[in-house]
Write a protein that binds this ligand. Structure first.
Ligand SMILES: C[S@@+](CC[C@H](N)C(=O)[O-])C[C@H]1O[C@@H](n2cnc3c(N)ncnc32)[C@H](O)[C@@H]1O
Length: 297
């Protein structure tokens, strides 16, 4: 039995779906949109009682509730969503612990093996791998962000599978569960650093790497050192823009930068942010999310 953490926010009608996608990208265990009757008295004080006109034009009188396995994950999601210009008007109402329940069983029932390519699969430990799987990442969802169920993670893994990583030095920046770093190891990377601002993610990456017999160094962001053949970063557009000089400086001549967590409509602002160092192009797209990549000359 474990405690779940609930992140509750209000969003403009036009952004509710995108906010939901972003929360899924941050590995919320579930995201639901509730109607106005679900507003607590405190929320009603902020947003008006049910039946009243919306506080602002275009606001949906409902709240978005996302469940996270850890408080740090819920607070990180809140911090990432709040300042996004795309989510302007989005207001975080709070993060709170909710009733204890057997969320392990809950999440297990929601995760099946995930196909990245016909021969590359993410397989929860309680499942048998499919017969055609040649490269397999064994991962139990819920320990940290990154289960392979979101398009952003899948696109990064697919890129690695298609391009290979044999003998390459790889940096997974914002490693979460370590899934991208472990994926790179399955394709021959040698010398992998996986870093995250969240110590729980570093711990989870270490555990998942051991379970997958992947050799890597997991640590906080300052563990990223020098130049890499491949830099993978699946975060969100705003932090990716801030991180542009740092991430580019880690790409060696001839090496690749692979970015995810970007909505299709954010492509131009990302290109602009990276233009002083690298020319990003859109390499893949799934469900409105894009993969942007660049090769250093
Ligand atoms: C969407 S998850 C991606 C997890 C995994 N790499 C994947 O592809 O599924 C983003 C991760 O980036 C981390 N993160 C967010 N901002 C960061 C920053 N400025 N520096 C390092 N890590 C960051 C978060 O803690 C989270 O684990």
């Amino acid at each position: 039995m474990s405690t779940l953490f609930e992140l509750v926010l209000m969003a403009p009608e036009a952004a509710v779906e995108m906010v939901g996608d972003a929360l899924v990208a941050l590995d919320a265990l579930s995201v639901s949109v509730e109607d106005a009757d679900a507003l607590t008295p405190a929320e009603q004080a902020l947003f008006g009682e049910p039946g009243m006109p919306p506080p602002r034009e275009g606001w949906q009188r409902s709240r978005v509730v996302a469940l996270f396995p850890a408080e740090a994950a819920a607070r990180e999601a809140a911090a990432l969503l709040q300042p996004q210009d795309f989510f302007e008007g989005c207001q975080v109402l709070g993060v709170q612990a909710v009733v204890e329940q057997d969320w392990v069983r809950l999440t297990q029932s929601q995760f099946d093996p995930v196909e990245i390519t016909p021969t590359f699969w993410i397989v929860p430990t309680w499942h048998e791998p499919p017969a055609q799987a040649e490269q397999i990442i064994r991962l139990d969802p819920g320990l940290a962000f990154g289960t392979g169920t979101h398009p952003t993670t899948r696109m990064c893994l697919r890129w690695t599978a298609l391009h290979g990583a044999k003998g390459q030095r790889v940096l997974d920046y914002g490693c979460g569960s370590g899934i991208l770093a472990i994926g790179a190891s399955k394709f021959g990377a040698a010398g992998i650093d996986a870093v995250d601002i969240d110590p729980a993610a570093v711990e989870s990456t270490t555990l998942n790497a051991a379970a997958n017999h992947a050799t890597l160094n997991a640590g906080l962001p300052d563990a990223a050192k020098g130049e890499y053949d491949l830099v993978l970063a699946n975060i969100l557009a705003t932090p990716l823009k801030v991180l542009a000089p740092l991430l580019c400086q880690h790409v060696r001549s001839g090496g690749h930068l692979v970015l995810a967590g970007i909505l299709a409509r954010q492509a131009d602002e990302l290109k602009e942010a990276y233009a002083p160092w690298l020319a990003l192009t859109v390499s893949d797209e799934e469900d409105g999310w894009i993969l942007m990549t660049a090769q250093r000359s």
